[in-house]
Design a protein around this ligand. Structure first.
Ligand code: ATM
Length: 263
């Protein structure tokens, strides 16, 4: 971990809205549709001429992907929620140092599928890990790197579980989290909503019910309202986002995801 670049969140500087570097995190429960929405959001930014990287947690680097495998398989469950929070945070530290911070320094937009709010909710709210420990871990893992915008995709857990089962199909086994009860999912939904209501400047709650296109419109509404997006004049494909129709923005295009961060 590169401690030199990590100072407590209190002292952090936000990614400047003028240099094109925004750090956006997407949170939500099972089946909330994060992956489809991230793909659409990435396309919209590219249409505006922004450079974008899409990444995820736990994961995003080789080391963090290895930790992901351990955590999602349930192999670390016996260690208890405190140790799991530490493992998620160790993976985050590697991810911040090697992917997120370098991309922001290159004035790229980073879209991250889950970040510290997932630790607050999964390990904190439903694992009873103390806020004190979680805050210390955030300080160590994230330092100055803090989301400019967190989109909380909010969905009735019953609907989310149905969507997730459909997506998985009959052949794929549910992972450890997908096997959990609705009661637990409700607690987590409320956990995300509490975070959003305590940090309204950073977090936007998005109604994730309805079609992919409808949810995408809601997300873009919040993104344009909360981030100072600029037309990137030096990029051949640059157009102002105001001129782009939703339909044009959601047309299929080849992904420019960083191959290192591919799922
Ligand atoms: P997804 O790739 O579906 O987001 O799954 C990752 C799981 O890891 C997710 N489970 N579900 N549903 C939540 C869990 N998780 C944590 O418990 N703590 C964390 O800090 C993170 C980033 C993820």
């Amino acid at each position: 971990m590169n401690m030199a670049t990590k100072t407590p969140p209190m002292n952090r500087m936000k990614a400047s809205p003028n240099n094109g570097a925004f750090f956006i995190t997407i949170e939500g429960g099972e089946g909330a549709g994060k992956s489809s929405q991230i793909e659409l959001l990435e396309k919209k930014f590219i249409e505006l001429g922004y450079k974008v990287i899409v990444t995820r947690e736990p994961g995003g680097t080789a080391g963090a992907e290895a930790v992901r495998h351990v955590l999602l398989s349930g192999a670390a469950e016996h260690l208890g929620p405190d140790m799991e929070a530490i493992l998620f945070s160790a993976a985050r530290s590697d991810h911040v140092d090697n992917v997120i911070e370098p991309a922001l320094k290159k004035n790229q937009i980073v879209i991250c599928d889950r970040f510290f709010d997932s630790t607050r909710v999964y390990q904190g709210v439903t694992g009873n890990v103390s806020m004190e420990l979680l805050k210390s871990l955030e300080k160590v893992a994230c330092g100055t790197i803090w989301p400019d915008l967190t989109l909380v995709l909010d969905l009735d857990p019953e609907v989310g579980m149905e969507r997730a089962a459909k997506r998985r199909g009959k052949t794929n086994e549910p992972d450890r989290y997908e096997k959990e009860s609705i009661a637990l999912q409700i607690e987590r939904r409320n956990g995300f909503l509490d975070i959003a209501s305590n940090e309204p400047n950073r977090c936007a709650v998005i109604d994730a019910s309805g079609t992919v296109s409808a949810v995408s419109k809601r997300i873009w509404g919040q993104v344009t309202k909360r981030l100072d997006l600029k037309e990137k004049k030096n990029t051949p494909k640059a157009r102002t986002f105001k001129k782009l129709s939703h339909k044009a923005l959601t047309k299929k295009k080849p992904s420019t995801k960083n191959p290192a961060n591919k799922r």
